[in-house]
Design a protein around this ligand. Structure first.
Ligand code: PLP
Length: 391
């Protein structure tokens, strides 16, 4: 399948002439355009925009895909984390352990539910939180741990659960980047007590706007998430407000898009995996481009293809000059943002160092083998050029 009919000659095309996009959403949507049109028409023809059968269907599909009993669609991934914590009874007076290497939303959600985040360092090879980091941060006030499957790579759940289970600590998965990822064959979303997903457009499973979901096997917690997300309605009547809730819903048009895309998720993740393996093979020959390690038990969703390079910002500019779009996830660790400085005990050296080195390379289901080669040779030149300059 050919995605592009024309593209600027490789190199020297300037930042406005993109030869390898960071994420090719256009190609994904072109593949399913007819189905999307049909799914949207089905919603507009019934005029059921909030709730209804299209939402019910997607929630059932997503619960089944994750291997969970319950799925509650919510307005975005940040709300999903907050509501998962609140519905599980986490609130004021509680501490929640969170890795410093995550999108800021993970920390915001803890504060929004009234608890105190405790930001911890990460493993130097995987850039994820480990059982050792959790052990070092636990106090008598610790109520929960949020494991973030960052970049799509599941955290080391065997050791984490071996530590948390005997202590009765709640394990919340932030699976916003890990749709379809697995640990020992078990899907992200089914690895802890409760999990939060985001359907932000750029995620592996993305809506045409904001969206999110909570999945769990616990019926009581699931019904509390539902109540909190729909104005605290607890009875059969929609005007019986048994708890103080809010409005945080996944709407039917988004659910319709997500059902169409879910049928493609396995194939799209497999295509990402092929590209990722190719990156790994080619970049093994590039000195000074250090890949983020994957645990053997982990099957990543390959949301982001992250390498660590010296003089990252200069390398990034050199790639942009060759038409290669990149990202940085994330340039500043959570505890170094002004409002969150109080939430780390001291310096978190691994997270701080990684933040200055990480570079996310183009990654999409439709990226071609030639594009991956183009990125790799541009990266090789950029890294070698920078290293040459330094010595
Ligand atoms: C995207 C993301 C979120 C937040 O999701 P939204 O839908 O944007 O609110 C939370 N955590 C991580 C790790 C994310 O990547």
């Amino acid at each position: 399948m050919k995605q592009r009919t024309s593209r600027p000659a490789a190199g020297r095309s300037g930042p406005n002439n993109v030869s390898v996009p960071f994420l090719d959403l256009k190609a994904m949507h072109a593949e399913i355009q007819a189905e999307l049109d049909c799914a949207w028409r089905a919603v507009t023809s019934t005029n059921a925009y909030i709730g209804g059968s299209v939402l019910d269907r997607f929630e059932g599909e997503w619960a089944a895909y994750c291997g969970r009993r319950y799925c509650i669609g919510v307005a975005n991934g940040t709300d999903a984390i907050e509501l998962a914590l609140a519905a599980s009874g986490v609130g004021p007076g509680d501490e929640v352990i969170v890795p410093a290497n995550t999108f800021i939303a993970t920390v915001e959600a803890v504060i929004a539910c009234g608890a105190r985040p405790v930001l911890v360092d990460i493993d130097d090879r995987t850039l994820l939180v480990t059982a050792d980091h959790i052990r070092a941060a636990v106090t008598s006030r610790t109520a929960a741990v949020i494991v973030v499957h960052l970049y799509g790579q599941p955290a080391g759940m065997d050791e984490i659960l071996a530590f948390t289970e005997p202590r009765g600590l709640l394990v919340v998965e932030d699976a916003a980047q890990a749709h379809g990822a697995r640990w020992h064959g078990v899907r992200a979303g089914a690895l802890g007590d409760i999990a939060a997903f985001s359907f932000y457009p750029g995620k592996n499973l993305g809506a045409f706007g904001d969206g999110g979901a909570v999945v769990t096997d616990d019926a009581a917690v699931a019904s509390r998430v539902r109540a909190l997300s729909t104005h605290g309605v607890t009875g059969a009547s929609r005007y019986h407000h048994g708890v103080v809730g809010r409005n945080s819903r996944l709407d039917a048009l988004q659910a319709a898009v997500l059902s169409v895309k879910l049928a493609r998720l396995g194939g799209w993740n497999a295509a990402r995996r092929r590209a990722s393996l190719q990156y790994g093979r080619v970049l093994a020959g590039v000195k000074d481009a250090r890949p983020v390690a994957n645990a053997p038990e982990a099957e990543s969703s390959h949301h982001l293809q992250v390498v660590r390079v010296p003089r990252r910002d200069a390398v990034r500019t050199a790639l942009a000059d060759r038409g290669v779009e990149t990202g940085v996830h994330y340039p500043v660790p959570c505890h170094q943002h002004e409002p969150y400085r109080a939430f780390a005990e001291g310096p978190l050296p691994v997270a701080e160092r990684a933040a200055s080195e990480v570079l996310s390379l183009p990654m999409s289901p439709h990226i071609s083998a030639e594009q991956v080669m183009e990125v790799c040779s541009a990266l090789r030149e950029a890294v070698e050029g920078q290293v040459g300059r330094a010595s």
